[in-house]
Design a protein around this ligand. Sequence first.
Ligand SMILES: [Zn+2]
Length: 191
Amino acid sequence: MQVLDDITELNLAVELLRRKARVSIVHHETGVSRPKLRILYRELHGRGAPSGQLSAIGGATIQTRLQQVHAGLFAALYEHYAGPAISRQLDIRAVIAAHDFYVSLVLQEPLVDFNGAWVIARDLRVGMSELRSCDVCEVRYLISSESRLAPTCPFCVLHARRGGLGEPRLVLPAVLAQPLDDTDTAALSRG
Ligand SMILES: [Zn+2]
């Protein structure tokens, strides 16, 4: 099955390079040689792959609460796809799925590029980052041991900073908590 394995690895490498993953990451994940990856990168993007070191410590790159929110959104999606094994292994296909979903949700410029996503997944595996649930607003958020930010919930901080009164809570506003008008569901059950 060696040929099939090679094709699978090459396809994965192309999927990663399309997302502008660093050659070092793609080589690590697929075993495809670096020269071949550089050629592929140039064919896909019309210019050479960027060189230089990848951030050694993901948490250190999370410098603002908004970045922490974005990183946490990616991490929660990644956890959803990869399951509880994220602290034991890096699931590269789950990184791809979660990052694609993250980019589709974020309407402005994403704050976490694919390489940042891979670093977050790696930090979750080695225990330098973790997802916690906020006791106050009940949202999952990411903390990193190397971040200069206090290891607290970014949603509560941003809520307070923007003049939010009281504590943010994941409770439906009263108007939405009312039983819905039943015409839609009635139509469904009739249909
Ligand atoms: Zn909170």
